[in-house]
Design a protein. Structure first.
Length: 380
């Protein structure tokens, strides 16, 4: 009777661990192995029970209940933060049954405890595969089996979702960009439609920047914009890299999108309003500067004037301000000179004077422009 009772109990609770798990406790007290299993089952002291379990799996590696004992050991080790031992026990269970959702999940938790990105990636994948297989089991024909099936399927779906969260959360917490990329890309590969993908893409994008991998940072930003077209960090990065690469068409498109999207963006959660306003001003200044310089180089003087005037309040000091002033002076001169518009000529003179006051590669030419304008227009 004792043997029968234990088998029924194990089957009754197996639904919470994964439908049709192979782990079973088969106690026949008439055998030495059964007596040992009864002894360890009755032992109340955790340390003594663990010693009995460790002895059992060593002495009886092929017994029907050895996988069950390893499962108990895995759970106990995990609770004690003995992550390596928990993993070792869990892998024994999975070697016997690769579809054991609970064992795979516990291995993932142990990998998280170790903060080992490679192991987290490995067991997130193993756990997800086992969970999806369990969730896909057909509904049983026998009505008495439906409640256990429902419980197992729900559990499997929850575990599968947890694997995605684990990859996301551990990627965000990772201290190295390599680990963040490894876990983030594993999440995208595992489920491109996951609710966490949109949140991890910016993290991967930043990680590639930290690594100095421009090509992959650009690719990550381009992909990220498909899901989040108003991402200001990605837009600015892509505009800047296109500008550096002299791809003015792309630089203009990204910069224009940034100037259209950023002003309407709400204050990010957790960010001070003053910091957000400063952040927006800097990004808008750079975007308008790029648009203005590109327009100036293309001799689109009215566009250059519009963009550079918008940029000027947000670019203070240094070579960026000097270049803005230089091109703003040039645009106003080219707009004013054909019509001899003294107002625009005075604007050109003013911006050249402001540019000449800043040490930059534009300083010498700005001084020459000042002299030329004064001479041509007889300005003292």
């Amino acid at each position: 009777m004792y043997r029968f009772f234990l088998i029924v109990t194990m089957i009754a609770v197996s639904g919470s661990m994964g439908l049709y798990a192979k782990r079973k406790l088969n106690v026949n007290t008439e055998t030495p192995e059964g007596a040992k299993l009864k002894h360890l089952g009755d032992e109340a002291d955790a340390a003594k029970k663990m010693a009995l379990m460790e002895a059992f799996v060593k002495e009886h590696p092929s017994h029907d209940s050895t996988s069950w004992v390893y499962g108990e050991m895995q759970t106990a080790y995990l609770a004690a933060n003995a992550f390596d031992k928990s993993l070792a026990a869990g892998e024994k269970v999975l070697a016997d049954d690769a579809d054991d959702v609970a064992a795979a999940h516990a291995c993932l938790k142990a990998a998280e405890g170790k903060k080992d990105a490679a192991l987290i990636k490995k067991f997130a994948g193993i756990t997800s595969a086992a969970a999806r297989k369990a969730a896909a089991v057909a509904k049983p024909a026998d009505a008495d089996d439906v409640p256990a099936w429902t419980q197992a399927v729900d559990y499997a779906k929850q575990v599968d979702t947890y694997t995605e969260y684990s990859l996301y959360a551990n990627a965000v917490q990772a201290t190295s960009p390599d680990a963040r990329i490894e876990l983030g890309e594993a999440l995208i590969a595992q489920n491109p439609a996951s609710q966490y993908v949109a949140m991890i893409r910016p993290q991967i994008f930043v990680a590639y920047q930290q690594k100095g991998d421009t090509a992959k940072a650009i690719a990550a930003a381009e992909t990220g914009l498909k899901a989040d077209p108003a991402n200001d960090d990605m837009l600015l990065y892509l505009a800047s890299k296109a500008y550096e690469g002299k791809n003015t068409a792309k630089a203009s498109a990204y910069a224009k999108s940034l100037t259209e999207a950023l002003p309407a963006k709400p204050l990010p959660q957790g960010m001070a309003e003053a910091d957000w306003n400063k952040n927006k001003s800097i990004k808008l200044g750079v975007a308008q500067w790029m648009l203005g310089v590109i327009a100036s180089n293309e001799q689109k003087w009215a566009d250059a004037d519009t963009h550079l005037r918008a940029a000027l309040p947000n670019v203070s000091g240094g070579s960026l301000a000097a270049e803005t002033l230089f091109h703003l002076a040039l645009a106003n001169y080219r707009l004013g000179d054909p019509k001899k518009d003294r107002k625009l000529i005075n604007e050109a003179l003013k911006y050249n004077q402001q540019c000449a006051a800043i040490a930059s590669p534009f300083q010498a030419q700005a001084r020459k422009n000042i002299a030329a304008i004064k001479s041509a227009y007889r300005i003292p």
